[in-house]
Design a protein around this ligand. Structure first.
Ligand code: NAP
Length: 310
């Protein structure tokens, strides 16, 4: 148990921030945890749960005297929050964020960051389809990647200290160029989410024809899509609005591949389908071997969420 920051301010108190609060408590990584959220309802729930040591009514109040400030709001809300807190940030403080897109967050936040404050953008590759202050749990980041995209000229000691906190919560930390991050995430997360949203949309149209059959007989593949498509609409709207180019690039490639498979089905080309599915199966094995998912039936998601052990 090493206290890495004397006061951590969490701006926004949803899934990611509440998980950070639980994890920092669990591992004793922060002297004091201060939190704030936009709505009185969320602040009241955070108080009731004892998520933070102190809950403030405004972000400006929350960041005062903090040596680490974490922006945990949707990507589209980052600019306004950065403008609000900028005059209140302590000299020498580290400012980071957890936004799912990095270039747009840097464009939105960096211009507001005062001299003497270190901005180190970040993104935990961990989440669930749940949101809000009740959805967090201490083990969310265990064995998950947390990508940092430090800006040119960043102080390595500042990044190292932040790494210490993230690793203390159980994450593996890597550094990446922001544009590369956005492309990688377009492939691994953003486009798959869009495909899931679309498939559930298609089924919804069909449901009007088949009544409740789709729900009643929903099989593993579709159920997994519905889980992903239940993700927070605000967060995902902002992801697509701000990672536009990379997502459109990957969607273009996806559409081309889909046409290839569509043609193989039409032509009855079993060999091509078999070869394609054999190749994709190997990717799944690679993910399991890398410890990024479980081989359990239904991807282990039927199992209860791991307990924090606080
Ligand atoms: P969440 O559970 O929906 O919580 C979002 C928080 O931001 C809430 O406290 C909300 O306040 C606040 N907020 C929303 N809109 C706001 C606005 N316009 N101005 C000020 N505050 C606002 O979200 P989350 O899942 O923790 O996501 C937070 C960030 O983490 C996002 O940038 C997201 O891209 C990123 N992220 C999410 C995941 C994931 O799987 N969920 C994974 C990695 C990274 P109220 O409660 O008061 O409305």
């Amino acid at each position: 148990m090493t206290v890495l920051y004397n006061r951590v301010a969490l701006i926004g108190l949803g899934l990611i921030a509440s998980s950070m609060a639980h994890a920092m408590r669990w591992k004793g990584l922060a002297g004091e945890i201060v939190g704030t959220a936009r709505s009185p309802e969320t602040r009241a729930v955070a108080l009731e749960l004892g998520l933070c040591d102190r809950i403030c009514a405004t972000a400006a109040e929350a960041v005062a005297g903090a040596d680490l400030v974490v922006l945990c709001v949707p990507v589209g809300a980052m600019a306004a929050i950065a403008a609000e807190i900028a005059p209140h940030l302590a000299q020498g403080a580290t400012l980071t964020d957890v936004g799912s897109v990095k270039q747009a967050v840097i464009e939105a936040v960096a211009p507001h960051v005062p001299d003497g404050v270190h901005f180190v953008p970040g993104h935990p590759l961990a989440g669930t389809e749940h949101s809000g202050p009740r959805s967090g749990f201490a083990t969310l980041f265990v064995n998950r990647w947390w990508l940092l995209t430090p800006l040119p000229g960043a102080d390595p000691a500042v990044t190292q200290r932040l790494r210490g906190l993230l690793e203390g919560m159980g994450a593996h930390v890597d550094e990446m160029e922001p544009a590369h991050h956005d492309l990688v995430l377009a492939v691994t997360s953003h486009t798959p989410h869009l495909i899931a949203y679309t498939m559930v949309g298609v089924a919804d149209h069909l449901r009007r024809v088949t009544k409740s059959e789709i729900i009643k007989y929903s099989a593993a593949g579709f159920r997994d899509f519905t889980r992903i498509a239940a993700s927070d609409p605000t967060m995902w709207r902002d992801v697509f609005l701000t990672n536009r180019e990379a997502t459109l690039d990957i969607l273009g490639r996806f559409t081309e591949e889909l046409f290839v498979l569509q043609r193989a089905i039409r032509m009855g080309d079993g060999a091509q389908l078999f070869e394609y599915f054999t190749r994709t199966r190997a990717i799944r094995r690679g993910i399991i071997e890398a410890g990024q998912d479980t081989a359990a039936a239904d991807f282990g998601r039927g199992a209860p969420a791991p307990e924090a052990g606080e």
